[in-house]
Write a protein that binds this ligand. Structure first.
Ligand code: ARG
Length: 531
């Protein structure tokens, strides 16, 4: 069914299918850990349920989140002109598309759940796979959740103060962001099913918001209607490329912001093992979803340009509110603020759900202390095979409402709290623009390595069965552009790049420590690269 596609959380880290797909996490069939290959949750699912349409809604629903409603300011400010911004959006979209196409080949060649972690471990050995998990757990997951919660906070506050208030104490935004984060983390601790249900509900809002912006923009362009009179569209007189930045590093920063909005293109790869016909459908999903999202984003951006003055777009992370306010006045601003907040809340919920499982799986694998690989407060669900023997009246009622898995004791609470605390820390110290670049640098380091792995695999194992082969130019283009991006980051944002590099380096001794703890002996990485 289509609705199961929205449950991407449960498909991302599949729960046993015996209980209507919602068996408690402690059920033994949970993760088949392939120790030998050092693979975290790289399971081959027996239950193959996902279809082409499921995949499509899955990936589009994940990609469209906070970014298209918040990144335009950073793209415009760094690219310098509307024309240059649109180019940045196209380049970012194409880069994401080549990345996704490359991942589709990898997904076919290594048809396991788990995504980049699995590919990296298979291609370069367990250490590299570990470093990815290490970064995902400490940087990528909480970092992306922090970005979304910050945007959530800004939009919620905008819903109350309106589009016209210039200065809002940033701590009010952050307070709301933290409150949203707390609610989402709490809900995900209470029930796994509740979490996915909320995800389903909020999925619709982002479609409404994006389509609304685009349609409105077109109507305004044709009729000139606007509650505040026509905007001072500078580009009408000066041309679309007036003011284009000549600073290469500025373009790189603009690209990172655009890439944030397209991020999530790797997410079907976490569930390759569950497609009915992955060989046919995975590439088809990618090659429909990516152009669709690119077109949607371009239209939305053109709409922003047609309605808003450039200075407004550049100065605000909440461009959709300014947009609604400009066209429909305070009511428009309020509606868009609410819709986008809901979209962000849904995205935050989705990413929290999967982060919890990632941390949990890392705990189970021994990558993190075993505390995080336990369910419930004291691991009580593990001890009882996922079911508490004595169920209180209260718990029974909850179960009736929300499903069997409800209640503290069945969710990876320790993992959720761990993720929530890290996300809160990023939310407090970071702000949108810096976090987006930080996330981009860390994320594209591993995207780059993984796609490089595709090329390595083609050379090393030319006869490996590859149901889908992308043109060899695709991974090469991806690698070149992301290498350019990463190298420019050193100049554009030296401090953040340094932190990312330092963080990855710290992961190396941690790897040896964790493996020693787990296996009782030191294991040196098998550098498969040279095999
Ligand atoms: N593109 C999404 C947005 O605009 C961000 C996706 C975050 N990445 C992820 N793997 N969950 O909000």
């Amino acid at each position: 069914s289509i609705s199961s596609a929205f449950d991407f959380g449960s498909t991302l880290f599949p729960l046993s299918q015996t209980n209507g797909g919602y068996a408690p996490l402690g059920a033994p069939s949970q993760f088949s850990l392939d120790r030998q290959n050092g693979i975290l949750n790289g399971s081959l699912e027996k239950n193959k349920t996902l279809t082409y349409l499921n995949g499509l809604s899955l990936i589009i629903g994940l990609i469209i989140g906070s970014g298209i409603f918040s990144s335009p300011s950073q793209v415009n400010a760094n690219a310098g002109s509307p024309g240059a911004s649109l180019i940045v959006w196209v380049v970012a979209g194409l880069l994401a598309w080549t990345g996704a196409a490359s991942y589709a080949e990898l997904g076919g060649a290594i048809p396991l759940n788990g995504g980049a972690q699995v590919y990296l471990a298979k291609i370069f050995g367990e250490l590299v796979g570990f470093l990815f998990t290490w970064c995902a757990v400490f940087v990528l997951k909480p970092g992306s959740a922090a970005i979304i919660s910050i945007i959530f906070g800004e939009y919620v506050v905008r819903a109350f103060v309106g589009a016209d208030v210039e200065h809002i104490n940033p701590w009010i935004n952050k307070g709301v962001a933290l409150a949203g984060l707390f609610v989402v983390t709490f809900l995900n601790c209470v029930s796994t099913r509740l979490g996915t249900r909320i995800g389903d509900l909020f999925m619709f809002f982002k479609f409404i918001a994006l389509v609304g912006v685009t349609v409105t923009g077109i109507v305004v362009a044709i009729t000139g209607f606007s509650s505040k009179g026509t905007a001072s569209q500078e580009w009408k007189t000066t041309g679309w490329f007036e003011g284009t930045s000549t600073d290469v590093s500025g373009w790189a920063v603009a690209l990172y912001a655009g890439l944030w909005a397209f991020d999530g293109w790797d997410n079907t790869n976490y569930v390759t093992g569950e497609f009915k016909n992955p060989n046919r459908d995975l590439p088809r999903v990618i090659h429909t979803a990516m152009p669709l999202v690119i077109v949607c984003y371009l239209m939305a951006n053109v709409s922003y340009f047609l309605v808003l003055p450039l200075s407004t777009i550049e100065s605000s992370n909440t461009v959709a509110v300014q947009f609604g306010g400009q066209v429909f006045g305070p009511v428009g601003a309020l509606v868009l603020a609410l819709v986008v907040s809901a979209s962000c809340f849904g995205a935050l919920n989705a990413t929290t759900f999967t982060s919890g499982r990632l941390v949990y799986a890392a705990g189970k694998e021994g990558y993190l202390p075993s505390l995080f690989g336990k369910l419930g407060i004291r691991g009580s669900a593990d001890a009882t095979g996922g079911r508490l023997r004595h169920r209180s009246w209260f718990r029974k009622s909850l179960s009736r409402l929300f499903g069997d898995d409800v209640g503290i004791g069945f969710t990876p609470i320790n993992a959720m709290v761990f993720n929530g605390v890290l996300t809160a820390a990023y939310t407090i110290v970071g702000e949108f623009a810096t976090l987006v670049t930080f996330y981009g640098v860390a994320g594209y380091t591993f995207y780059f390595l993984t796609v490089l792995g595709l090329i390595v695999l083609r050379i090393r194992e030319p006869r490996l069965e590859r149901p889908y082969r992308t043109w060899i130019t695709t991974p090469i283009i991806f690698c070149c552009v992301s290498l350019f991006l990463l190298s420019r980051a050193v100049i554009a944002e030296p401090l953040q790049t340094l932190i990312v590099i330092a963080f990855i380096m710290v992961g190396v001794p941690v790897y040896f420590w964790r493996i020693y703890q787990r296996d009782g002996k030191l294991k040196f990485p098998d550098w498969k690269f040279w095999k």
